[in-house]
Design a protein around this ligand. Sequence first.
Ligand SMILES: [Zn+2]
Length: 264
Amino acid sequence: MIEAVVAGLAGLLIGSFLNVCIYRLPRDLSVVAPRSHCPKCEEPIAWYDNIPVVSYLALRARCRKCGWRIPVRYPLVELATGALFFLAVYLNGLSPVAVKQCVFAALMVELAVSDLETMILPDEFTLGGALLGLAFAFWAPIEPGIVTLLLGGRLGPVGASVAESLVGAVFSAGALSFVAWLYEKARGREGLGLGDVKLIGLMGAFLGLHNTLFALILGSVAGSIIGLGWALVRRKSIATTEMPYGTFLCAGALVVAFVRPYAG
Ligand SMILES: [Zn+2]
């Protein structure tokens, strides 16, 4: 329990860094320098005004200097990351699976919110995340799937896990590229971007092929229902409603990753 609480606190800090990434990466700014400042008055933010969630409440959501309204996204991202880190360690103890879940959760929170706010899925997180997923396959094995079924005997457990990760990344990204191509042919406009394809590749590298397909179905169904509801409320056509598809994919992948952890 105490480990889970410490993980949750670490998650709050990581969430604070994710907020920086969400703001800066789509604008091609460095996430390291300069240190945090108010986007409006550019005043550097003192450490005591930069404590996750606490400072937001203490400042009543305003910049101390200019009164700029801090978006509620900041504490929400911190809380979501903290809660997911807590859950990962609470459910799995301090284990490779828990560490892998924490890293995956951080990637998903950043990408979900980035897509929602800017419609951009930064390569640092999609491609960088896919490489991380591949690296994790050596240490925290992926649930056996089609590769293990066909070649498991020859590859051994670690080899099979890494192969599942590779196949998951390549085939998921390939399948979504095909769907995107079909959609464009049928509708004459782009429905899915290259960012979505890289995102699904990252999920494949972490979760393997069949779990990524679960995530895809879950995200698509949820996205369609919410998109349709949104279009009805706004009295707009569903065909012209811009959907942050990546956000729903990330949500689906988080559910799959936490409901179906695989501990080797
Ligand atoms: Zn300010």
